[in-house]
Design a protein around this ligand. Sequence first.
Ligand code: ARG
Length: 573
Amino acid sequence: MNPFVDDIVTILSEAAQLPAADVAELLAVPPDDTMGDYALPCFTLAKVLRKNPAQIATDIATAAVAAIDTAPRLAGVQAAGPYVNVRLDKAAFIGWVLDAMREQGDTFGSQDQGRGRTVAIDFSSPNLARPFSIAHLRSTAIGHAIYRIHAFLGYRCVGINHYGDYGANFGQLLAAYQLWGDEQQVAANPVPELLALYVRFNDEVEKDPDLREEARSRLKRLADGDEEMVSLWEFFVDAGRKEAERIYDILGVHFDEYKGEGAFADDLDDVIALFDKAGLAEESDGALVVRLHDEDGEEIAPCMLRTSNGTSTYHSRDIAALLYRKSQHQFDKMVYVTDSRQMLHFRQIFQALASAGIDWIDLCEHAPFGMMSFKGQALSTRKGRMVILEDVLDQAIELTRTIIAEKNPDLVDADRVAREIGISAVVYADVSNRRTRDISFSLEEVLNFDGETGPYLQYTHARYCSILRRHGEAVDLQADTTILGEPAEMRVAQSLGSFPGVLARAESDNEPSYVATYLIELATQANKLYNEVPVLIAEDPAVKIARIRLIDAVRRVLRTGMTLLGMSCPEEM
Ligand code: ARG
């Protein structure tokens, strides 16, 4: 993929007599240019080779130097303490990266790994009886980034919203509406009114547990097809969907399929038949279950197909949905994006289906994520204990507006830019941490223009756009770059060259945070470049147009990467 890195790996693995993959894994970019362009740290090799790291580095370097003629892209190999430092022909490297980018244009970063393949991604999938809270943002933002990364790599993507339109919360809403709701008020303003009813039910049920029965009996009537309940339920679901879609518009998220849980409740008999045929469905206290075991043969919680009341379950509805998706979309990969509290749930349905002989079940993956909490300034919660997503976005936009007013009072279109920065800052905060980590969120931190934040990336991108604007001429994509080779230029080029590998790993691990971390690194190198070498005021016009070509390349990768994360890229801010 990168012939320069390939050459390093070949020569060092032969010199060390180690597998190429091990060397490739260890290879790193040293913090300081005087230590070379790439370095192989020898600490972990000490255990395998039973020598001290500095001795290993010396031995590898000596053997590599003897073979250096076989690797014309390399300019030198040298041991320095426990490291083998490698120097490349910098001008050739920079030229290679920029030519590759010119040839690939806007698809640079993709190796077309998804060509002819379909991925289905189940994400966001909010419970529609509850308000769209900040808790839903994680699945929405992470799932959307996973979607975009796959699409960029050539997959046909099917984004699925498996919204929750079924279950106990709807019983609560039906009860609250009939007990306290004002039909006209709710009709006129469904979202805030239903939210208030939902919050009220949850408050009052603590004082009056009998309310549970009010909810349960209505849910039963709904399940039995009672007309009054069904039409109310349809109204609630419709209002919830409209509200969710309004939020998706704000975030720039779209789905290819909306199919809620309720759509699969009637498939219960087919699901049971599948497990019956395999002799796996067992009665247990009136319910119907599939027994499951872990690797050690210990029994784990079963997969429940039918409750003792005879109704479908979250398990059986998900199984029905999965069978439908496979036959409908013929996916090669199916990813579920939910919080990590659902790990057991997905393990149960995957195992149950595997034991029933579903041989494609290995195509399915659960991509769990950790919880989000708040620190610092308390976020207003409009009503109740819920943190409403839109409140968070509004506050982020508001805070951005004040920052812009201070930093750049003359900015045209400041309102639009404030929106783009505020929303992207929240999205970035969500996708930038390792998926499985719990994150704590503070608006001040996510909006810090100098931190590892969304605004920092956008600011760097805008800064580069501004250089190109001031240059005032079209970027010369044929400009001769053999005059380049300053350390800062080399670092930027190395960072650009690693973009395809980062995307490939982000796809296979369903981990958008790799892209986020990568972009921070690229932006940091880019800002160093900006501070260390003159561009517009470079004396030699040939150097100037070569640097402009490099700067344009950085701007493009920043833009591609941010777009993949679901961020916007204002050109001025
Ligand atoms: N509605 C569920 C929730 O809010 C998430 C559904 C995830 N998708 C699925 N196929 N189970 O937690």
